[in-house]
Design a protein around this ligand. Structure first.
Ligand SMILES: [Cu+2]
Length: 123
């Protein structure tokens, strides 16, 4: 009887261990996939810091774009072509706007600070 139990334990324990390892790796793969999907749909962001824009390489037409202002003063992201986009972002704040619907490169500037300019490539 006790020999039988030992045999059962010898067989069952590795199976239980194997199953738990498998379920952990499945969970890990799911998490990784979820993270990849999340970053693929992350909102593109223009960051303003030290009176300078950091702009994504390109954005989809019509996409929602966040503007993060890390400076202690307000800035704007204003299309050089009137009316295409214009968002004012208070100090230490985030605002958003929609990219134009027509793919092309849009120059933009800050209406408060003459030296601030950037280009938004809409694809
Ligand atoms: Cu500015």
């Amino acid at each position: 009887m006790s020999r039988r139990k030992t045999l059962i334990a010898l067989f069952v324990l590795p199976v239980v261990l194997l199953l738990s390892v498998l379920s952990v790796s499945v969970a890990t793969a799911r998490t990784a996939h979820h993270d990849a999907a999340k970053s693929a749909i992350a909102t593109p962001t223009i960051t303003i810091q030290a009176f300078s824009y950091t702009v994504p390489a390109s954005v989809r037409h019509g996409a929602l774009i966040n503007v993060v202002n890390k400076d202690g003063v307000a800035h704007t992201v204003t299309s050089n072509r009137a009316g295409k986009f214009n968002v004012s972002v208070p100090a230490h704040s985030t605002r958003s706007f929609h990219a134009p619907g027509t793919p092309m490169k849009y120059g933009f500037h800050c209406t408060f600070h003459g030296g601030m300019a950037g280009v938004l490539k809409v694809r």
